[in-house]
Design a binder for this molecule. Structure first.
Ligand code: CDM
Ligand code: ATP
Length: 288
């Protein structure tokens, strides 16, 4: 029996880096929403654990977040079976799109369902606490504001009711380095929740910032150029997502967004077009 599901990417709507913590992590505040870019998972019972990823640049050993998620679940409840997991990888890695975290969260949700473990979202979040700061958002599967190191999610309907064009400039960004090079600001210049819920998207370019841009753009110039290009294509708002290097633009007219999307594809840059108010299909389906 084969189980199928989609592992969606996220983008960050604004990101405050508030404080560097003694653990090396940072206290942040960020809006999380989804885009229509996803990896496709096929999971089958197998004599031994096996991971196949269509993108050969992503290591499939112990360090892969899918394998880490399997081990964490096994430690927590003890898995009854082994699995062969095939991933059609479409989300670029090192893009700030949370591809690895999304994969880890889906692995936990799928095995929880396949083995009828009955673990709650909070239990899955607990057992995966050390795997990645973005994972709780992907387990919950609802948009919202992330606080603390990103783990504490306040659910909030902040999926933009606009078109989103996302583009990866083909140069990966390291999350560790992005945080190392940023300057924490304990008193941010704007109220993130208020901006996301009460301010028109047209106004965001004057307020809503991602603090990690200042750490990434000087080192990955193409990412900064891509943001300028989004505005040239007619975006109402453009920003780097997370630790980069992907950049997204928010557009209110479909033909302007489509034109931008096609423009990036013509430049051979991996890109995505997301519909207004997009909601991911979080279903896990059985293919007999
Ligand atoms: C940039 C974001 O994607 C925004 O949503 C996240 O903050 C990063 O989430 P992630 O990739 O799941 O991060 P993790 O895998 O947990 O951490 C990678 C590294 O990023 C840094 N890191 C991450 C999250 C955070 N709040 N502070 C940090 O300083 C730490 O050096 C950490 O070792
Ligand atoms: N299942 C996975 N899919 C993608 N990358 C993975 C996976 N497991 C481990 N990695 C490693 O994690 C690193 C970052 O990949 P990922 O796609 O999660 O980056 P990201 O989008 O920048 O993440 P984030 O936004 O959470 O910081 C890569 O170097 C990659 O080799």
């Amino acid at each position: 029996m084969t189980w199928i599901a989609e592992s969606y990417a996220k983008i960050n709507l604004g990101l405050h880096v508030l404080e560097r913590l003694p653990t090396g992590y940072h206290q942040i505040e960020t809006g999380f929403c989804f885009i229509e870019w996803s990896d496709r998972f096929e999971v089958m019972q197998a004599p031994e654990t096996k991971l196949d990823i269509s993108d050969e640049e992503i290591p499939t050993g112990e360090g892969n977040l899918i394998n880490k998620a399997i081990r964490a679940l096994d430690r927590y409840v003890g898995l009854k079976q082994h699995y062969h997991i095939k991933v059609d990888k479409r989300i670029p890695a090192g893009a700030g799109l949370g591809g690895g975290s999304s994969n880890a969260a889906l692995t936990l949700r799928m095995l929880n369902k396949i083995e009828k473990m009955g673990l709650s979202d909070d239990e899955l979040i607990d057992l995966s606490r050390d795997l990645g700061a973005d994972i709780p958002f992907f387990i919950k599967g609802a948009t919202g504001i992330g606080r603390g190191v990103g783990h504490d999610i306040e659910p909030l309907d902040i999926q933009p009711d606009h078109w989103i064009v996302t583009c990866f400039p083909n140069e990966s960004s390291s999350t560790v380095e992005a945080y190392q090079h940023c300057m924490p600001k304990p008193e941010p210049d704007f109220d993130l929740k208020k901006t996301l819920t009460e301010t028109d998207i047209e106004e965001w370019r004057y307020t809503l910032t991602n603090d990690l841009e200042q750490a990434v753009f000087p080192r990955i110039h193409v990412a900064g150029n891509l943001k300028d290009q989004m505005y040239e294509f007619g975006a109402h708002y453009a920003s780097m997502t997370g630790s980069g290097s992907a950049v997204y633009g928010i557009f209110d007219q479909d033909f302007v967004a489509t034109n931008a999307y096609k423009g990036f594809l013509d430049l051979n840059l991996p890109s995505n077009l997301t519909r207004p108010g997009f909601k991911p299909d979080y279903g896990i389906y059985r293919k007999d």
